[in-house]
Design a protein around this ligand. Sequence first.
Ligand code: ZN
Length: 464
Amino acid sequence: MNIKCRQFIENHFSEMVRDLAALVAIPSVKGEPEAGKPFGEGPAAALDAMLALAEKYGFHTKNHEGYVGTIDLDPSLPTTLGILCHLDVVPAGKSGWKSLPYSLFISGGKMYGRGVIDNKGPAIAVLYAMRAIKETGYPITQNVRLIVGTDEENGSSDIAYYKNKEALPPRVFTPDAEYPLINIEKGRIRGEFSTYSGFAVGNRSILSAAGGTVFNAVPESAYAIVCGFDEEELRTASLAFPKLGFEFTKEADGCTKITAKGVSAHASQPERGVNAVTGLCAYLGSLTTDDETARSFSRVSSAFPFGDNNGAGLGVAESDEESGALTAVFSILEYRDGVINGKFDCRFPVSDTAENLRQKYVSCFAKFGIRVTDTQCVEGHKVDADTDFVKTLLHIYGKTASGIAKPIAIGGGTYVHDIEGGVAFGAEFPGEVNNMHGANECFSLASFKKNTCIFTEAIEELCK
Ligand SMILES: [Zn+2]
């Protein structure tokens, strides 16, 4: 990295922190839309503040109807690099903060506040990288455009709007994830299924069951109401599932409520959790009822066996070298009135297509007498690791890190999922704790500076 640029960052570091503090002070949580403010007051105010800062530092800026703002280093040059950040934040939440969430607080070398890492801090870091290039007169022949969005946390309709309006630069990175660099994001299917279970007509029967709350998480809790069983028998059956916690509560009319407790995890990393819904289905399927209900749960459990996170039971398992294995999570269960309804979240390798896999799901489920009732599909995202763009970024990061920097594949989606050629690069260093989306979100001063240096060097190299 150019020595003058490094000095510029050192000399302006307290100013950077001050500018970030001003942005953090704006609670840019999504609100009610107004004219020119598609995501409400907060995100619009943060966008205005960011563009005002950029203008003060002599950059060419544009507000695209409140969806995104663009900041150009030198608009007279061809724009070949885009850096994408977002200024909206998730709500602060009610409890757990040791400082005020919308007031930057520094303690023990860390900055605390909502948005410091996700994603206002990285946005300021990019702005200062551009300032360093501009104010030291570092020679570039291509323009870099900082694109600041305002709807990343609620579906990225900001980028969809901007893409419709203007062509994105051929190379885009977003420091809205982690280092070293993410070049592969799996595809996703969210599906719903349904199967007739038979009405609970026996003296020993499963009356109702439910578990899970959202599509994209391994459910940590599920329950069922059964009747005609004594508690001892139910307890003994639970011994076959040592990974789950069980609670048995007596209900009226000789019924018992069974609650299964597992461990929650993000659906893109199901191996980190213990699925209470598939556990409960396997448990219910192991009971003997004098109607069809237990056999129906056994059937569902064969399609989604407890402990199977890869679609093996169903027959959709697949993997490729660059993305790893498909994951499939049965995340929401609802059983009543003779019907078992389920929702699942699947992340699949980039070598497959959503439509191909959707059809596979339909036919595999059919073998278990289960009907797919709805699917929502998102294709995977991949950028070739062998491009100069990816290699340059990895090389720059690698100089600051110990060990070899290799690109990574993830099951989740980043801000560039729908941007061709886009990669995620930063801002989180491996092993760093930042409490993103939680209380006491933080970003260390050292990492803030280190990110600024990395972005500066990226512009020097990619725009020279
Ligand atoms: Zn973010």
